[in-house]
Design a protein around this ligand. Structure first.
Ligand code: PAF
Length: 282
């Protein structure tokens, strides 16, 4: 695996592939890699000629400075994981490389997506995400970029930006990877204590409960009510939101709309001082 720390060196290296009509797969990450990231790398390796992964803890997408501070940065472990996944190229820039002094301000109109769910709970978060992803796309110029379904709204935001700016690439969304007991893989899971991790399991349990109750014949809204009740009763879970939405725009469904398919159940909660999100398509 070749490691690049400057955009100019990476661009120069990748231009040779571009002129040879090779497809570039891109997996942007903030490091603290886990099986979810490795699934993205694996999909990229299967579908493109060359796979570029970036590790960059992007300061502009953290609305809480303490969260940025606490974000795990196990770089040696990440390097080993990328080697074992046979990743071709790692882009590992510094903050100054991505945000040079007197960098242009960024304000991208994301419409409702910036105002609902994660957008509402984490003001400015998607501005930071689109800012850095736009910059990374501009450097890597990928044919396909890979994102995990766990960040469902982020996938929608990125697709929205790609469509609006007519960026010449495809976005591939890869299924959420879970631990055998159901917990969605997340870089934040390492911050959970053993008892916190146990409590966090209720999140995926609640999502699977909606699916099961629907299979047993409950309406989606009844099933969601039951799962929400379960979560509200679970010790240690501070629920921020839990909603059944239309996956095309993330609007919350009402009685009449609950029969459209697919639906997506989304949630965010604080567990053991860690903010976790998860979702399931129904
Ligand atoms: O999903 C993430 O890890 C980040 O939001 C991303 C897409 C790498 C941008 O910093």
């Amino acid at each position: 695996m070749e490691v690049f720390t400057t955009k100019d060196a990476l661009k120069a290296h990748l231009s040779a592939f571009k002129t040879n009509d090779k497809t570039i797969g891109f997996v942007p990450t903030m490091g603290a890699l886990h099986d979810g990231h490795l699934a993205l790398i694996e999909r990229s390796k299967r579908t493109t000629d060359i796979t570029v992964c970036s590790i960059f803890v992007n300061p502009t997408q953290f609305n809480d400075p303490a969260d940025l501070e606490k974000y795990p940065r196990p770089i040696e472990k990440d390097l080993a994981l990328l080697q074992s996944a046979d990743c071709d190229i790692l882009f590992l820039p510094t903050v100054e490389e991505i945000y040079p002094p007197r960098d242009e301000a960024w304000l991208f109109d994301l419409g409702k997506l910036d105002e609902i769910w994660e957008g509402a709970k984490r003001p400015g978060h998607y501005q930071g995400v689109t800012q850095v992803v736009y910059k990374l796309f501009d450097i890597v110029k990928p044919s396909i970029a890979f994102f995990g379904q766990k960040d469902f709204q982020q996938c929608m935001v990125i697709q929205y930006m790609v469509d609006k700016l007519r960026l010449p690439l495809r976005i591939a969304v890869v299924d959420t990877v879970r631990d055998p007991d159901g917990l969605a893989k997340s870089s934040r899971n390492v911050r959970l204590s053993p008892s916190g991790r146990q409590q966090a399991l209720s999140l995926s349990k609640a999502l699977f409960m909606v699916k099961e109750r629907m299979e047993e014949g409950m309406t989606p809204l009844q099933a969601k009510e039951e799962a929400q009740h379960f979560l509200l009763e679970t010790k240690g879970i501070e629920l921020e939101y839990f909603a059944l939405c239309n996956p095309s725009d993330l609007s919350e469904i009402n009685q009449e709309q609950q029969y459209i398919r697919p639906l997506v159940a989304i949630l965010a909660a604080w567990v053991d001082g860690v903010r976790l999100i998860d979702n399931i398509l129904l």
